[in-house]
Ligand binder design. Structure first.
Ligand SMILES: [Zn+2]
Length: 285
């Protein structure tokens, strides 16, 4: 039986597009090593013969609930400048939160894994949580990375294309090292500008331009975007799609993730005043 004869063309086209998109999502190392916490993705479907149309028949996209936590800097001193002190979490707090995740049996997953799960292409382990870090401060390498490694955790780092060469930021060689050890690197635009204020041409430079920089510096295709300052509108979403992003995260609070809201994925912000009780509650409610 030829699936194409039985399946309405729009549905088949959507499935093909879905598979094509999945095949190019690669902001992480292609096969991140399983973390000590067991953060591996489980295949939802058995492998179909190579080249078979059956390979295109994936489980339908679905809505999933997974907490995506947002961190910025983890430092003993408040970080000055545009990233501001109110976003800086102390190393002691961060370590306590990671200790809690470990103790409570949470599994860390990358946003690439989340995207595949929302696409119906895979299922996430129970108690999955995605850790994300915006802006690429130097502490992402000097503080966050060792703590993640010691816990066997993976995370997604949103890097601003023009920042790694600036003082106070994680350098390209260090980002590359993190990438090679299983961390996921995605895009936080080229210069961290408010995207809603830009011309169409400037949007291309910030969105497609950042992907170009990440490709050139790291050899990866970033496909997930974090809007600077969480600011976006319908025009920005369309520009992100046109630039090749398949999903984007916001600073809106929530846990429902799907392809229907792929350019408006909510996250849960973690700040210096979150507290362990609120942290635990945010994961479960
Ligand atoms: Zn930012």
């Amino acid at each position: 039986m030829k699936i194409g004869r039985r399946m309405p063309a729009p549905i088949l086209a959507a499935l093909v597009a879905s598979v094509l998109v999945l095949s190019v999502v690669a902001g992480c190392a292609s096969s991140p090593p399983p973390s000590a916490s067991g953060a591996v993705i489980l295949s939802a479907t058995s492998e179909a013969p190579r080249g078979s149309l059956a390979a295109l028949v994936v489980a339908p996209a679905k809505s999933i609930r997974v907490p995506i936590l947002t961190y910025h800097d983890v430092d003993s001193r408040p970080v000055l400048g545009p990233r501001g002190g109110q976003l800086t979490v102390s190393p002691a707090q961060f370590r306590a939160e990671m200790d809690y995740l470990k103790r409570a049996g949470y599994r860390t997953v990358t946003l690439e894994q989340v995207y595949k799960a929302a696409s119906g292409k895979a299922v996430l382990p129970p108690k999955s949580v995605a850790l994300t870090f915006d802006d690429g401060g130097i502490d992402n390498y000097t503080v966050v990375y060792p703590i993640l490694r010691s816990h066997g955790f993976v995370a997604t780092f949103f890097i601003v294309g023009g920042f790694p060469d600036l003082p106070g930021h994680t350098s390209w060689p260090d980002i590359k090292l993190m990438l090679r050890s299983g961390m996921c690197i995605e895009s936080h635009t080229s210069h961290h500008r408010d995207l809603t204020t830009l011309t169409d041409r400037e949007l291309v430079a910030e969105l497609a331009g950042a992907r170009d920089v990440l490709r050139k510096k790291l050899g990866i295709d970033a496909h997930i975007l974090a809007y600077p300052g969480g600011k976006y509108d319908a025009r920005v979403e369309a520009a992100a799609r046109a630039a090749g992003y398949v999903a984007a995260v916001t600073v809106r609070r929530g846990k429902v993730i799907s392809l229907a809201n792929a350019y408006e994925w909510p996250r849960i912000g973690i700040g210096p005043f979150t507290g362990l009780t609120s942290f635990r509650a945010a994961l479960t409610k």
